[in-house]
Write a protein that binds this ligand. Structure first.
Ligand SMILES: Nc1nc2c(ncn2[C@@H]2O[C@H](COP(=O)(O)OP(=O)(O)O)[C@@H](O)[C@H]2O)c(=O)[nH]1
Ligand SMILES: [Mg+2]
Length: 252
């Protein structure tokens, strides 16, 4: 019996090592794909406010120590794939879309990022139409919520002001219905801020929840990824605020 258990454990570790859980990140240029991966997984991908800087798919293995749950203390590996951004130049898009189709099948989950500051979603709708084969494993995030009008982010609490929050909710329901119209099913869409590490834990949870059944166990191993690790990096935020944010993010 013990032997069988050992064999199964070995097998699990083997699958884990050979094909770790893989998350692909796609979306229009400048929405913060690379920044999201950097904030979430401490990668050091180049980001830019002005020009594109990701021209090919880049594949990274990120290691982390599981900080809670049954696998606490174990090292977990995750594969993250950063995609070049669509929509920079209409002449580039067909080549990028081809690259998307070639690379995305390797991903367990695909995070499609939009920016809260872009009102036009026609481009996203257009690209989504071309990516129909991946709908099942897509999850959506709206980044850069700190830039939502009236742009008065509450830095002390590291959260949107009341006015921002109500605008964020409006943006959220608008984008949700526009995307759902295209892909024909209900979607999960999480508002967050890569730069502020705001609601990254919600985003991560939603990524895990969108993983296909047969690979879910791989993601469960890393489910212990701690929201506190992210919050620790936000500057100027008090311990009490951290506790409050952690509590509210756990309840969502
Ligand atoms: N204010 C703000 N800026 C962000 C946020 N996330 C990314 N950015 C900025 O948006 C720009 C584009 O980000 P980048 O990660 O290069 O986008 P990509 O082209 O989608 O990979 C950079 O200047 C980032 O610093 C965010 O949450 N808030
Ligand atoms: Mg990039």
């Amino acid at each position: 019996m013990l032997d069988l258990f050992k064999k199964i454990t070995q097998k699990v570790e083997e699958v884990y090592k050979n094909t770790p859980p893989a998350i692909g990140v796609i979306g229009v240029s400048g929405v913060g794909k690379s920044s999201t991966l950097n904030s979430m997984f401490k990668t050091q991908l180049k980001t830019s406010a002005t020009i594109r800087c990701t021209t090919e798919f880049s594949d990274h293995l990120v290691g982390t120590t599981v900080t809670n749950g049954p696998h606490e203390g174990k090292n977990a590996v995750l594969r993250v794939i950063d995609a070049p951004g669509l929509g920079e130049d209409i002449r580039q898009d067909p080549a990028y879309l081809k690259m998307y189709s070639e690379n995305l099948p390797q991903c367990d989950v695909i995070l499609y990022i939009l920016s809260a500051r872009n009102r036009a979603v026609a481009l996203d709708q257009q690209y989504l139409k071309d990516l129909g084969e991946f709908y099942d494993k897509m999850v959506f995030g709206i980044n850069q919520v700190d830039l939502v009008e009236p742009m008065d982010w509450d830095f002390a609490k590291n959260m949107p002001s009341e006015n921002q929050e109500s605008n964020i909710q409006e943006i959220l329901s608008d984008r949700k219905s526009r995307i759902e119209d295209i892909i024909g099913r209900e979607i999960k869409i999480i508002p967050y801020g890569a730069k502020q590490y705001y609601r990254l834990s919600n985003l991560f949870e939603s990524i895990i929840d969108s993983c296909p059944e047969d690979r879910l166990w791989l993601f469960q191993i890393i489910k212990g990824f701690s929201a506190k690790d992210w919050l620790d990096k936000v500057e100027g935020i008090s311990e009490e605020e951290k506790e409050r944010i952690l509590k509210s993010s756990n309840n969502k």
